[in-house]
Design a protein around this ligand. Structure first.
Ligand SMILES: [Zn+2]
Length: 124
């Protein structure tokens, strides 16, 4: 079982990808286009493998950037587009995420740095 926060973050990232896909890729039904589906699956895998689990900071404040570079670019585009829209579409998830961002300090210790060292260099 996933810690509740991770389960909620999965819902949040999925909702953001759905907004992005529907509005920028003109996806009609409930589903996601192929590329966005891949991104959603990738994001869920990264969350499930997050070394901080229940103490996880929000990905935006985390010191470990565990996404590989092309996925990182894609998720950044999604966050940039859907972030401001979340308060309208999913106010509860948006507020919970904002609270996490304020309340949870990014852990200082690097958990398992070897597994993540490849993509940690980019702080932009
Ligand atoms: Zn899409």
């Amino acid at each position: 079982m996933l810690p509740r926060r991770l389960a909620r973050e999965m819902k949040t990232v999925r909702a953001m990808i759905e907004i992005y896909c529907r509005e920028t890729h003109s996806t009609t039904s409930e589903g996601l286009c192929e590329a966005c589906l891949q991104l959603a699956i990738y994001a869920e895998k990264r969350l499930a493998g997050c070394p901080f689990q229940q103490n996880k900071p929000t990905c935006g404040t985390c010191r470990i950037h565990c996404y590989k570079p092309d996925m990182r670019q894609r998720i950044k585009a999604v966050m940039h587009y859907s972030g401001p829209r979340m308060i309208l579409h999913h106010p509860l998830l948006a507020i919970a995420h904002l609270l996490d961002e304020k309340l949870i300090r990014p852990p200082r210790i690097k958990a398992n740095p070897s597994a993540h060292s490849k993509s940690r260099d980019d702080h932009s």
